[in-house]
Design a protein around this ligand. Structure first.
Ligand code: ADP
Ligand code: ZN
Length: 604
């Protein structure tokens, strides 16, 4: 790039075709282009990439972009090349000859941006290459991976502190969409020298958060997709590989274009599924959390969790993959007692040290509090990241505030039943039996232990089984009762139980409403506001985009995002100058696609 005559504004307009910077972009760009270190916290879809791509063009030399997921660098580089920029990547998908070529280009100063996985960068040949180049800046994407305590720790990231030791004079920008305050401090401490922090609001106002009580999770999921997201692109997260496979099969059997994705699949199948997800409209990816980091697909309309993530950071990051394009999207989760038990168990069984387990336990408790919340989910989410907010009007609890009933007495009955059963029989029992006792059901097991003679037998007949389960889950989430996952899920009292039994702690329970699931249905899907003619043109543009993307072997959204095609369909520009005015149409794309677009518009 000839940097003398261009400024950030011009690059934004001519290369990217955008009229204005968003939020903190301009401030970050000025700071980094001026040689400063920056820590950038911006929500997914906020526009982090420009924060290093523009300084890369403004500064002399080669910008090094560290990104953790090899397979996904490809799309970012493809998108930059579509814009006419000189970008390349180095990773294990290149053969020796291709890799030599890229390195030679870098040495000759023919590249503006080079994407590298951290292990590649830190290897001997990577460091040697860097020594031979003039480096404009380092950008470290997904910087939270450096945090030992974080949910995505990658050991290679820890070694990136070497960069500031070896190249102290080169500016560094660390970017992430998810980091609580301690994680931020850790990023700054390990990666940066004298960082300035640029913290944007983490709010994703277009995402509607919903957490449903889990009954038959798979049936609930199917209903959610059918009723609210037919034909939409989405991601479903499940904990185990088995359930990933089963859910994908089940959804496919119901006519949904669903594919599985997990680390245990053959690499080629996994790559093929990823390609389908990226390139086609309307694929639902059913995946373990191995899937998703670095995926920039802008039109994911929903993210569903069938198992609860183990921390709010994880939840926020995974749900954040929905709606990057700013159009309405939903984050939906089914949550039940099993999630509490399973996640606590995973922590207990891990061979990490005590300090780690304590931290993991605290993170899980915050996640549980979010899941149990009866007030605005967004307020809680943002508070976790240190941000104050008002109730949002776009989460389940805001849209339909749950009715709370005092359940202190019911909780005391439940805890007493646990206590009495154990006292009478010298052994502990699991939820099903305790609930049978409370509701006065004379089962074989009840008779075998003579529990129909207990004073607590039948004292809870006024509540349904679901109510009891829901209460139990809430108590377990707050450590007011313990579920022993290593021993048939039997229930134990805890120190906290005593406070409830003595009346020192009041319990509120969300009133169960069997119709709630149906009434909560809301038209959140992107109802595009195009009229008939514009809609027809939009469809034509989409189909042209599909052909073009295939011809160039890039994902459709790399050619143009939906929002740009919609704006074209609406405005019907009749000249190249008019087309240039559309957000997302830069010089290179105008040159490459302008005539084809005008021809399409003229036909209709
Ligand atoms: P992030 O990495 O923060 O998730 P991206 O950098 O991928 O977000 O940007 C998200 C989308 O927003 C991309 O399609 C990008 O081109 C677009 N975008 C970024 N900055 C602007 C801007 N100033 N004006 C319009 N669109 C923008
Ligand atoms: Zn809300």
């Amino acid at each position: 790039m000839h940097t003398e005559h261009v400024d950030a504004e011009q690059l934004l307009r001519h290369v990217w075709g955008y009229p204005a910077f968003r939020g903190q972009q301009r401030a970050v760009i000025d700071h980094v282009a001026g040689g400063g270190d920056a820590l950038v916290l911006m929500p997914t879809g906020g526009g982090k990439s420009l924060c290093f791509q523009i300084p890369a063009l403004l500064r002399d030399g080669l910008a090094i972009v560290v990104s953790p997921l090899i397979a996904l660098m490809q799309d970012q580089v493809a998108a930059l090349r579509e814009l006419g920029l000189r970008a390349a990547y180095l990773n294990s998908t290149l053969d020796a000859e291709q890799s030599r070529q890229v390195q030679a280009q870098a040495r000759r100063g023919e590249l503006d941006l080079l994407y590298l996985a951290p292990e590649r960068l830190l290897g001997e040949s990577g460091l040697r290459l860097l020594d031979q180049c003039r480096i404009a800046l380092f950008a470290i994407d997904e910087a939270h991976c450096v945090s030992q305590w974080g949910h995505d720790f990658r050991p290679e990231y820890g070694q990136l502190s070497l960069l500031r030791e070896r190249w102290p004079e080169v500016p560094r920008v660390a970017l992430t969409a998810t980091a609580d305050v301690p994680t931020r401090e850790e990023i700054a401490e390990r990666l940066l020298l004298q960082p300035r922090a640029f913290v944007s609001s983490f709010d994703r106002p277009n995402i509607r958060y919903r957490i449903a009580e889990k009954r038959d999770a798979r049936a609930q999921l199917l209903q959610f997709i059918r009723d609210e997201h037919a034909g939409d692109c989405g991601v479903v997260y499940a904990l185990s590989r088995n359930s990933v496979e089963e859910i994908a099969r089940q959804l496919a059997a119901h006519g949904i274009d669903a594919l599985p994705y997990h680390a245990g699949m053959p690499a080629a199948t996994r790559a093929a599924h990823l390609r389908r997800f990226l390139d086609d409209d309307g694929v639902v990816m059913v995946a373990t959390i191995a899937f998703g980091m670095g995926i920039d697909k802008p039109d994911v309309r929903f993210v569903a969790h069938i198992d609860m993530p183990r921390s709010i950071e994880g939840y926020f990051q995974e749900t954040g993959r929905a709606g990057r394009d700013g159009a309405p999207a939903q984050a939906w989760m089914a949550y039940g007692l099993a999630d509490v038990v399973q996640q606590r168990r995973l922590i207990e069984l891990s061979d990490a040290d005590e300090a780690y387990k304590r931290l993991a336990g605290a993170k899980l408790d915050s996640m549980l509090a979010l899941a149990e919340a009866a007030d605005c989910r967004r307020v809680r989410l943002l508070a976790y990241f240190g941000e104050a907010a008002e109730p949002c009007g776009n989460c389940d609890n805001c849209l339909q505030p749950p009715e709370l009933v005092d359940a202190t007495e019911a909780a005391q009955k439940l805890l007493s039943a646990v206590y009495r059963c154990r006292q009478a029989s010298g052994t502990s029992f699991a939820a099903t039996h305790i609930i049978d006792v409370l509701r006065g059901k004379v089962t074989d097991k009840v008779q075998r232990f003579g529990h129909e003679r207990l004073s607590t037998f039948g004292i809870g007949a006024d509540l349904g089984e679901q109510d009891w389960r829901s209460l139990l889950r809430q108590l377990a989430a707050q450590h007011l009762i313990a579920v022993d996952a290593t021993h048939f899920n039997v229930l134990h009292l805890t120190d906290g139980s005593r406070d409830v039994l003595r009346g020192h702690k009041r319990i509120a329970l969300k009133k169960l409403d069997p119709r709630a699931a149906r009434r909560r249905r809301a038209p959140a899907a992107a109802a595009s506001a195009l009229d008939g003619d514009a809609q027809a043109l939009f469809e034509a543009l989409r189909s042209w985009r599909g052909d073009t993307a295939r011809a160039h072997a890039v994902p459709a959204y790399v050619v143009f995002p939906d929002a740009t095609l919609q704006a074209i369909a609406q405005a019907r520009p009749r000249s190249l100058d008019a087309l240039r005015e559309i957000s997302g149409v830069g010089d290179k794309k105008l040159e490459r696609y302008g005539d084809a677009l005008l021809a399409l518009i003229a036909e209709r």
